[in-house]
Design a protein around this ligand. Structure first.
Ligand code: UDP
Ligand code: MG
Length: 311
């Protein structure tokens, strides 16, 4: 059965949104195609999301719905990967469940792919950011730094909200890395990408899952995954400290003003930082060599099955 368009919807504690999401998406897709599927990925939600998704699955047989339920919370990156692995569509859209991203843009993105055979992916970006100025400035600085360090063109305003052709999805699925930093993956795989501005809406229900600590961890993940420059940082630091100690040594010949303790603390701190950087990379290698799955699905409901049981 050929499917024109798959929509992947990562859901973590979205009980208040999934029904409205389905309603809005049905309306938006009506104007484009009947041949679409919606893949909800329940990323180990702790609220009533699994129950809501099961209800949606059994009471909406007019729409092709799949529900993948994880055994625990694996994170949005894993949810997107799981969705891609189940998607049958010629076009594939990744869209949030909280209705901040109007499903009508999924149709707009698909129409761009229809009209331009050279375009492989359409990435939606927020025309106006609805977040604090400080967070926004930090994000933009971060993407500039990581682009410079990695040599890969990261786009600051681009989100995961995008529509890609099957070939792009297949390439992404072939990348086996455990620590997935989607913005890096989308840039790294290349392909012709067109940007589409969209107006982000307020969350309909529930709260964002991102806080400053999580954003910092995400940024570190990106740096560690896409550049090994920090591994070389201790080397430069070591050379600088060595030079400094030579200068201090010469000065100490004439004046013993510099305290030993300060020097020891300073050098000790540098050694610890260096070890920390190596540890951070080693940690990632450690998880990767274990070759664990990116997600564990404890239940998969698919519309094919839904139709069989219905007959
Ligand atoms: N999400 C997920 N797993 C997580 C965190 C978030 O699947 O561990 C989903 C969430 O349900 C939503 C999307 O990812 O559909 C974006 O999350 P959120 O709205 O919290 O992010 P924000 O829009 O604030 O950047
Ligand atoms: Mg959101």
């Amino acid at each position: 059965m050929s499917v024109k368009h798959s929509l992947i919807v990562p859901c973590y504690n979205e009980e208040g949104n999934v029904e409205n999401f389905l309603k809005e998406t049905k309306l938006a897709m009506k104007a484009y195609t009947d041949s679409y599927e919606i893949i909800f990925v329940n990323d180990g939600s702790k609220d009533g999301t699994p129950k809501k998704l099961r209800e949606i699955f059994s009471s909406n047989k007019d729409v092709k719905i799949k529900v993948i339920s994880f055994s625990r919370n694996f994170g949005k990156e894993a949810a997107m990967y799981a969705g891609l692995s189940q998607a049958a569509g010629e076009y594939i859209t990744i869209i949030d469940a909280d209705l901040q991203q109007d499903p009508k843009y999924a149709v707009e993105m698909a129409k761009i792919l229809d009209s331009d055979p050279d375009c492989d992916m359409v990435a939606a970006y927020q025309s106006e950011r609805k977040e604090g100025k400080l967070i926004s400035a930090c994000k933009s600085k971060f993407y500039k730094v990581i682009t410079k360090m990695s040599g890969i063109g990261f786009v600051s305003d681009a989100s995961d909200f995008r529509t890609m052709r099957r070939c792009v999805a297949d390439t992404i699925l072939a990348l086996p890395e455990y620590h997935r930093f989607s913005k890096g993956i989308f840039s790294w795989v290349g392909y012709n990408t067109v940007s589409l501005p969209y107006e982000v809406r307020d969350r309909k229900s529930g709260e964002t899952k991102w806080n400053f600590k999580k954003l910092l961890a995400y940024a570190a993940e990106g740096i560690i995954a896409y550049t090994d420059k920090p591994l070389r940082f201790p080397l430069y630091l070591g050379i600088a400290v060595l030079l400094l100690s030579v200068i201090l040594g010469v000065i100490n010949l004439f004046d013993s003003f510099y305290q030993v303790t300060t020097t020891v603390l300073f050098v000790g701190g540098l050694i610890l930082i260096s070890q920390g950087i190596i540890g951070a990379y080693l940690g990632k290698v450690h998880t990767q060599v274990k070759d664990r799955p990116i997600f564990i699905a404890k239940e998969i409901l698919t519309y094919e099955h839904n139709q069989e049981t219905d007959n």
